[in-house]
Design a protein around this ligand. Structure first.
Ligand SMILES: CC(C)(COP(=O)(O)OP(=O)(O)OC[C@H]1O[C@@H](n2cnc3c(N)ncnc32)[C@H](O)[C@@H]1OP(=O)(O)O)[C@@H](O)C(=O)NCCC(=O)NCCS
Length: 148
């Protein structure tokens, strides 16, 4: 890559870039641009949310959305990775690792005791980054969503 890859917190101007990537990640629910537009500024304004983008030559190559929340079991905050995606053609170049590393720094600065996440497709990626399998993930879908 000629220009340098930059990993940084997302701002309002990154909305289109992140929307393009988030649409690629969507599996369980069809991606809704309308709902994205509503959620995006709310996430940027949320102190407990961390939205990171990987940008190269003003192209958005990846993003990570994570959260911090308080717990009793860890005697304080823990962090969760909710979504992470690197554009298909850009995978296996270390971008996912850099996004996770930036999130780890954010979580540590937020005094989080651990970082957790659920994954169906990327277990080898997290193992390569030093994450350990620790629990089974259950869910109950509350809202069936139709495409818009
Ligand atoms: C998972 C994902 C974010 C990884 O991003 P990436 O930029 O390709 O990952 P990196 O190049 O930084 O890889 C980091 C390490 O993980 C390993 N790794 C990544 N994907 C892997 C895979 N599918 N199988 C085995 N190892 C993998 C790499 O070999 C690398 O290890 P190394 O540094 O020891 O060589 C990317 O593949 C992706 O967007 N997948 C689709 C969306 C997804 O599944 N997201 C996770 C949902 S929870």
């Amino acid at each position: 890559m000629g220009d340098q890859l930059i990993i940084r917190r997302a701002g309002a101007d990154d909305a289109d870039g992140v929307a393009g990537l988030a649409g690629e990640l969507a599996q369980s629910f069809p991606f809704s641009r309308t709902r994205f537009q509503a959620a995006y500024p709310a996430l940027l304004a949320d102190d407990g949310a961390c939205l990171l983008v990987a940008v190269h030559a003003s192209e958005h190559l990846g993003y990570l959305l994570g959260f911090r929340h308080l717990t009793f079991y860890a005697n304080g905050p823990v962090a969760w990775v909710e979504e992470v995606l690197v554009r298909r053609q850009e995978r296996s170049r270390g971008i996912g690792r850099e996004l996770m590393s930036a999130f780890e720094q954010w979580a540590a600065a937020q005094d989080c005791a651990l970082i957790a996440l659920a994954t169906r497709r990327a277990a080898p990626f997290y193992r390569a980054l030093g994450y350990e399998e620790s629990a089974v993930y259950f869910r109950k879908v509350l809202k069936e969503q139709l495409s818009e």
